[in-house]
Design a protein. Structure first.
Length: 234
């Protein structure tokens, strides 16, 4: 079961949801599946875990990463590169936009109203049910409403990213998947895919998932941790 995402796809979520790891790995996975991919890093809030940290890995796969102007990365008001608007007006087969966390990070998306006008957009909420504020359906819905209000764009899909980083077990993956599947049903939004840490992919029963599975090879790690090769297939 393959991931069927093309066109303009915006990845949002709360802080700690893992949306940037998902964005990076999704870009690599789709590129290795033969899809032309470009990525825009619009995370102007979190100075530690941004798509740009995986820039070399993405570029080695032939993925173009568009960043805001360097001098404006810490600005109070988001100033977008014309290249971001350009890639939206003339999107590649898959144009991924990694927005900042929570409603604060999603505010920058409102500045894209003009280039996004008339475009078909998928805005997907990354949910890790093991993080604070998204361990209940009510918490997920609250974050969803805040992001939609700030971005002025509706969320129309869910991505499951159940993990406890290095402490993740196979049972955690199954439990987290059941949570996001239930959230998907309650919200009447499609569950586009769920993630599994790459080192555990061989130990899970893929038949337990009714949606595609994206293996996650962690890129945003402390200096003493090994960075795994991107785009490893299931």
């Amino acid at each position: 079961m393959g991931i069927n995402l093309e066109g303009i796809v915006i990845i949002v979520g709360n802080y700690g949801s893992g949306k940037t790891e998902v964005s990076v790995n999704l870009a690599a996975h789709q590129k290795k599946a033969g899809i032309d991919v470009r990525v825009a890093d619009l995370d102007l809030v979190n100075s530690y875990f941004r798509t740009r940290e995986a820039r070399k890995a993405l570029e080695s796969l032939g993925i173009d990463l568009v960043l805001p102007p360097e001098q404006y990365l810490q600005a109070d008001l988001p100033i977008l590169s014309p290249r971001v608007a350009g890639m939206i007006m003339q999107p590649s087969q898959l144009t991924l936009i990694d927005a900042g966390g929570d409603d604060v990070g999603a505010t920058v998306l409102a500045a894209l109203a003009d280039p996004l006008k008339g475009k078909t957009i998928r805005m997907l909420q990354v949910v890790n049910p093991f993080r604070p504020f998204t361990d209940t359906v009510q918490g997920c819905l609250k974050i969803r409403k805040a992001i939609e209000a700030a971005s002025k764009i509706p969320i129309n899909g869910i991505i499951g990213n159940p993990n406890l980083i290095d402490e993740t077990t196979v049972d955690d993956i199954y439990t987290g998947y059941e949570f996001v599947r239930g959230l998907s049903e309650q919200c009447d939004l499609p569950l586009e895919f769920t993630t599994v840490p790459g080192e555990l992919i061989s130990t899970v029963d893929l038949h337990r998932f009714s949606c595609p599975v994206l293996p996650i090879q962690r890129q945003l790690v402390p200096p003493w941790k090994e960075i795994r090769q991107l785009g490893t297939a299931v």
